[in-house]
Write a protein that binds this ligand. Structure first.
Ligand code: PMP
Length: 428
């Protein structure tokens, strides 16, 4: 049955729509932190459909909100007042820490980042943009133009002039051997040097922890240090919180807060987890920036009643159950367990991340060379053991990505760590 579906998939969908696993998996339903395949096999889900199932699968509160809303109206467009959209915007504006914040809803992270670029370039009357090496911000023509990751750059054509800045990856690149403070100083010096050679940029866009890039991040404080340099020149700071937002990183509600001496970014973008699978993306910016465009701009499907109802219920559950605190506690424990079980495995170069956003980078033992085959083999072995994880990384996709729903229990964390240990041992 699944094989037949795979054949149909191959004959009608694009070749570049990559599937995980030699025998691709059809997930038919889920509950809590588990999903089931078409053959009825159960898996512990440590990837949540790319960090999108944020609270839990089939969360009754979200299901109820969607069902009730579906019985009333799904969509009316932004031409009419929309109560759930206003309510979710109010909550997000307040949570953002951005003064006089305005929120614009889109249908994806890509569209959110495109909007942020539109705002920043219009506000600053500039089309030069700073992005980080190893970044990923989406698949549109605009977003691809700020993607610093070769495997996700299908074209070099771009409406923007993009300059890539050092610092998103702590343990690789020319500054890898430096101490944290030397690393930050070197990246800041590089940024200043770059700014001396270019037209004034509109903005710097950065993921606080790089997602597709393999859960890599700079030392805490780098973006605050960058911010000082940027603010002196009026350059905006855009934080792409598509993966890091809503408490996933445990210690912080937003990923940028790990850097935040100088307060919130000028623009924040979000998507993925807030809708728990319904298509919500968005941009938050202070009014002066959000209102700088002088023509109409709509996203027909942005902020539909059905997605906003899901988002409101999902966010309420997250806050009421302190899932950020859970991500900190259970994520901390999972990190400890993963460090312990991988300590004796030579293929493991690094265990990194924070909260429930953890990466394990694999290299060919005895070298610093990425080992994408090993990453794929561990993915397969983990699946055999009943665990779904992801992979990523700018260096040939050799990092395992672990990002379960934020309601993960201690027992599930222990179980997942054990399955991963067996999977890693199997590929040795
Ligand atoms: N920004 C980041 C940091 C992402 O990880 C992604 C998706 N992987 C996007 C933007 C694009 O989001 P979407 O796929 O919803 O367009």
């Amino acid at each position: 049955m699944t094989k037949d579906l795979y054949a149909r998939h191959r004959s009608v969908l694009p070749d570049w729509l990559a599937l995980y696993y030699d025998d691709p998996l059809e997930i038919t339903h889920g509950e809590g932190r588990h999903v089931w395949d078409a053959e009825g096999r159960r898996y512990l889900d440590f990837f949540g459909g790319i960090l999108t199932t944020m609270t839990a699968h089939a969360l009754p509160e979200v299901t109820k909100a969607i069902t009730e809303q579906a019985g009333r109206i799904l969509h009316s467009s932004t031409l009419y007042l929309n109560r759930p959209m206003v309510a979710l915007a109010e909550r997000i504006a307040q949570l953002s820490g951005i003064p006089d914040a305005r929120v614009f809803f889109t249908t994806s992270g890509t569209e959110a980042n495109d909007t942020a670029l539109l705002l920043a370039t219009t506000y600053r009357r500039a089309n030069t943009v700073l992005a980080m090496r190893n970044s990923y911000h989406g698949r549109s023509f605009g977003a691809v133009g700020i993607t610093g990751n070769r495997s996700w750059s299908p074209t070099s054509l771009s409406p923007l002039q993009t300059l890539y800045v050092h610092g998103g990856v702590r343990t690789r690149g020319p500054y890898a051997s430096f101490s944290d403070s030397e690393f930050i100083a070197a990246c800041v010096a590089d940024l200043k040097d770059l700014l001396g050679h270019t037209r004034p940029p509109a903005a710097l866009i950065a993921e606080p922890i790089q997602g597709v890039g393999g859960f890599t991040s700079p030392p805490d404080g780098l973006y605050a240090a960058f911010r000082e340099v940027l603010a002196e020149r009026g350059i905006l700071w855009i934080a792409d919180e598509v993966q890091t937002g809503w408490g996933r990183t445990g210690e912080h509600f937003w990923g940028w807060q790990a850097h935040a001496r100088s307060g919130p970014p000028d623009i924040v973008t979000f998507a993925k987890g807030i809708g728990n699978g319904s298509s919500i993306g968005g941009v938050i910016a202070r009014a002066e920036i959000m209102n700088c465009i002088d023509s109409n701009s709509i996203s027909t499907f942005g902020g539909t009643q059905i997605t906003m109802a899901a988002g409101l219920a999902n966010l309420a559950y997250l806050l009421d159950h302190d899932l950020q605190g859970n991500a900190r506690r259970v994520g901390g424990l999972l990190m400890e367990r993963l460090r312990a079980v991988t300590a004796q495995i030579p293929a493991v170069r690094e265990v990194r991340g924070r909260g429930l956003m953890l990466g394990i980078e694999l290299t060919r033992p005895g070298t610093d060379r990425a080992d994408p085959e090993a990453a794929s083999a561990v993915l397969e072995a983990a699946r055999d053991g009943g665990l779904l994880i992801g992979k990523g990384g700018g260096h040939d996709t050799s990092a395992l990505r672990i990002a379960p729903p934020l309601s993960l229990t201690v027992a599930e964390a222990e179980e997942g760590a054990q399955i991963l240990e067996h999977a890693l041992r199997r590929i040795q």
